[in-house]
Design a protein around this ligand. Structure first.
Ligand code: THU
Length: 128
């Protein structure tokens, strides 16, 4: 898929959100920016815990923030971390697919932002 100006704007919001990450254990700060159909942008960051498995990723944190504000129409999400490739993890793909199986996902691959459909990143989501 071709990356657009608004994808790149969302990616820059994700990049700046990363400064608010709470990541004292991995030191790997991740930021996410989720845009809904009315144009509102919800930010998310990874929030780690001394009980490591309780860590929440930036993408899920953005999704939870949106839903808690009454937003369900997810249009696009951008994720940024300071590594050459930062695709959303499998757990986040499943959580995002609950609300938008064909979500536009902007993520960093080989040092540059690219855009993928969530349907391509998670072809067989679990559903009830
Ligand atoms: N992390 C995210 O926030 N999003 C991802 O898609 C992958 C990983 C976080 C979790 C943890 O705090 C840190 O990155 C290292 O795994």
């Amino acid at each position: 898929m071709e990356i657009t100006e608004s994808d790149l704007e969302l990616y820059e919001i994700a990049r700046s959100a990363a400064s608010l990450a709470y990541a004292p254990y991995s030191n790997f700060a991740v930021g996410a920016a989720l845009r809904t159909t009315d144009g509102t942008v919800y930010r998310g960051v990874n929030v780690e815990n001394a009980s490591f498995g309780l860590t929440i990723c930036a993408e899920r944190s953005a999704a939870v923030s949106a839903v808690a504000s009454g937003a369900r129409g997810f249009e696009a999400i951008a994720v940024h971390g300071d590594a050459s490739s930062v695709p959303p993890c499998g757990a986040c793909r499943q959580v995002l697919a609950e609300f938008a199986p064909e979500l536009r996902v902007i993520w960093r691959r080989d040092g540059a932002p690219v855009v993928s459909s969530l349907a391509d990143l998670l072809p067989e989501r679990f559903r009830l």
